[in-house]
Design a protein around this ligand. Structure first.
Ligand code: SF4
Ligand code: SF4
Length: 364
């Protein structure tokens, strides 16, 4: 474990104050409508307290305990994605002038410097994937460059989590400015960037005791023992398994609702549309999240080339776990488990992958 200093629990407010003094808007986890959601906050008291959770295929439930821990849950339906890849945004506006000419105006909103508190390792890894995909996208980059990331190692993974087997958790591995390990009485804190190092110099830190390090080590080992694991399969072969019976079984259950792609921190598909003013003098060009599971996402020149759920599920799984490796150097899955918990019929892609991995390749 990297070297770390110690921040007593009652001094967490110093970190909040410091970030606000540096001009950051704070965003952090809060209990809203029975789930953990990232929302703007100003005080430590707004963080969850003693909140734990139960996640199973198709299930998500919070439990209240007497613990004073603030981060004793795994995740909620929302990762960092909405903060950088806005669910619906206007890319440009066009204006029709009296002389019949058109003018176009880009509309990137100025981004507010934002410190996100309580980021998980799996979501940092997903953010790194989105950084690759949107590297040249000015709308994404503007939001992304405004973020300061305060991670918290995951001490209470859910039964749906499998980040240990993807190598993305349960601790924060890369991409954070600061990372906290929550202990019973306080936090180990370590820097992941120069900005993080500078912030640490202004905090009331003490040297972490041997007992604190031992507690962190035990916690890490326990959090790494996850019951779900990514099964063994050949990513390059997935695309060649079109005739496998596993696709029929999953298509029978799948509602093609797109919940899994909405909650997935790395899914990046979008569609674009033109929204004209009623008087026809102006128009907004918008983009919004789309999904492998929507009917329109495979529409080209009057033809839907994935007309049924089987084709759409197959597209999602083979891309996420197969062709991403070729495109981005790794799988598109960081083991957060959200697609399992938030699927209304409890489909577990790990089971589908295990079935596909068990069988020899079949032809399309
Ligand atoms: S595929 Fe599922 S488990 Fe993997 S990152 Fe996306 S939502 Fe999380
Ligand atoms: S796998 Fe589940 S969440 Fe995803 S589209 Fe099908 S029913 Fe919806």
């Amino acid at each position: 474990m990297p070297t770390a200093d110690y921040l007593p629990r009652h001094s967490l407010s110093h970190l909040f104050d410091l970030l606000q003094q540096h001009g950051y808007r704070l965003v952090g986890p809060q209990v809203i409508d029975g789930a953990i959601l990232y929302r703007p906050l100003t005080a430590v008291d707004q963080l969850p307290s003693g909140t734990e959770q139960v996640q199973q295929p198709g299930q998500y439930r919070l439990i209240q305990t007497d613990s004073s821990r603030r981060f004793s849950w795994a995740n909620g339906p929302q990762a960092l994605k909405p903060l950088t890849f806005t669910p619906r945004e206007t890319l440009w506006r066009s204006q029709l002038h009296e002389d019949g000419s058109l003018s176009f105006h880009e509309t990137p909103e100025p981004a507010t410097p934002t410190a996100v508190i309580g980021v998980r390792g799996c979501d940092l890894a997903a953010l790194a994937l989105q950084d690759q995909h949107f590297a040249d996208d000015p709308y994404y980059r503007q939001q992304r460059d405004a973020l300061l990331l305060i991670a918290v190692d995951c001490s209470h993974p859910a039964d749906t989590c499998f980040c240990a087997s993807t190598g993305d958790g349960p601790d924060a591995k890369a991409g954070h400015d600061l990372a906290l390990t929550e202990l019973d009485d306080g936090f180990l804190i370590r820097a992941g960037s120069e900005r993080g190092k500078n912030l640490m110099t202004a905090l009331p830190l003490t040297a972490a005791s041997h007992a604190s390090h031992q507690q962190a080590e035990t916690q890490y080992r326990r959090a790494s023992q996850q019951q779900r694991q990514l099964p063994t399969f050949d990513p390059a072969q997935l695309i060649h398994l079109g005739g496998h019976p596993a696709w029929d079984a999953v298509a029978d259950a799948c509602l093609s609702c797109g919940n899994c792609t909405s909650v997935c921190p790395s899914c990046f598909c979008f569609s674009e549309s033109e929204v004209p003013e009623l008087d026809g003098t102006a128009s907004s060009h918008q983009r919004q999240w789309d999904s492998c599971f929507s009917e329109g996402h495979s529409y080209i020149h009057g033809h839907r080339f994935r007309p049924d759920t089987k084709g759409r599920y197959r597209q999602w799984l083979t891309h996420k776990f197969g062709s991403w490796v070729e495109q981005y150097g790794r799988s598109g899955c960081t083991g957060c488990g959200r697609c399992i918990s938030w699927c209304p019929v409890g489909i577990d892609p790990l089971q589908v992958l295990a079935q596909l991995g068990d069988e020899p390749p079949t032809s399309n």
